[in-house]
Design a protein around this ligand. Sequence first.
Ligand SMILES: Nc1ncnc2c1ncn2[C@@H]1O[C@H](COP(=O)(O)OP(=O)(O)OP(=O)(O)O)[C@@H](O)[C@H]1O
Length: 287
Amino acid sequence: MAQRAELIAMTPKIHIAGLNKYYGQGHRRTQALRNVDLEIAAGEFVTLVGASGCGKSTLLRTIGGLEEYEEGDIACNGNIVDGPGPDRAMVFQSYSLYPWLTVTENIRFCRKLEFHRRNLTSTDVEIASGRADALIALMGLSHVADAYPAELSGGMQQRVAIARALMVRPDVLLMDEPFGALDAQTREVMHDLIRHVYLLEKTTVVFVTHDVEEAIYLGQRVVVMAPHPGHIDSIVEVPFGAGRDQDLKLSSEFTALKRRILERIRETSGVRTDLKQLEKLTRTNQA
Ligand SMILES: Nc1ncnc2c1ncn2[C@@H]1O[C@H](COP(=O)(O)OP(=O)(O)OP(=O)(O)O)[C@@H](O)[C@H]1O
């Protein structure tokens, strides 16, 4: 099997070089990302972790074309990213479904818009309907296909949002803390579901999370980001193969990796220093 470096050389799905990103103007201008270099191969599952404010969402949104960038390059399939496109679908923590449409209608909706735009034929529409039905089955939504979002649990709503994102057969699925609002049990189910879908659809996935366990369980590589300004601190290869189950999280190899990444996030977040300063301040005030 080809090594990752060879894969990237053959098919660099996402290429990021020298990316600097700023927010605001004048004296309010702040740098959110500094000199980010990252290459992601076709079919890779990469997770982004790091302390709050280190630029995970900014990086993801910039890849998605939702944020402009001033310096550096981002390319998807060799094409410079200068806005959103059907090659990159996004899934957010909030499900952002259309409340007045059923599950099936939500999933078909954006594809319908595309048909209108591109003036496609009824055969294309039929093919899309088949795709929608397949995704509904794949995501375990068949029994709620005619329900409205308000009638579904959070986990179910997120399944609909993922199915909708997959509807356009994106090359890259960009996920911003998609399971952040779900309870622990539902998250576990969603982890196994998203891995199953990923292996089946062979999509490239970039996934932002606060949860290091989630990042290791899902990813082939974990990109650890650090703040002030946001940058890539290190990239950790996950040594586990495609066949993963929940018991993996209990293995010593998994917990050691988790400890290593958590330690790195603590080191780079500055929280430890802040606590020390706070202790010092408290002692001074008490003296
Ligand atoms: N629209 C915006 N305008 C100005 N500054 C912003 C904006 N969005 C993000 N920032 C700043 O950019 C930096 C990176 O934010 P970002 O949300 O990307 O970090 P994050 O790692 O995703 O954080 P979290 O884990 O808390 O969601 C932060 O300092 C944040 O305050």
